[in-house]
Ligand binder design. Structure first.
Ligand code: FES
Length: 83
């Protein structure tokens, strides 16, 4: 699948250990989670290897900065930042 710039995939796994997707993170941020720890708690998971922590932290920050109405732009920003 090839995405155009600004187009969004259905979801992207951020945490492979716990199968947490960007959509999961966005959902719990809109429900009030404001840190990586809260994201894990809200999803009933615990960090394992920790590789996802920087990406989840970045997405939480972006989602908070953009506001819930602009979350569609957060994941493409995360993908660019990870390159
Ligand atoms: S990738 Fe998230 S804890 Fe390992």
């Amino acid at each position: 699948m090839v995405l155009e710039i600004g187009e969004r995939a259905a979801f992207m796994y951020l945490c492979i250990c716990n199968a947490i997707t960007d959509r999961d993170v966005e959902r719990v941020v809109t429900q009030g989670c404001s840190s990586v720890g809260e994201v894990f708690r809200c999803l009933g998971e615990r960090p394992n290897c920790g590789r996802c922590v920087p990406d989840i932290c970045r997405l939480v920050q972006q989602a908070q900065d953009l506001g819930a109405q602009d979350l569609d732009t957060a994941a493409p920003l995360l993908a660019v930042a990870a390159e």
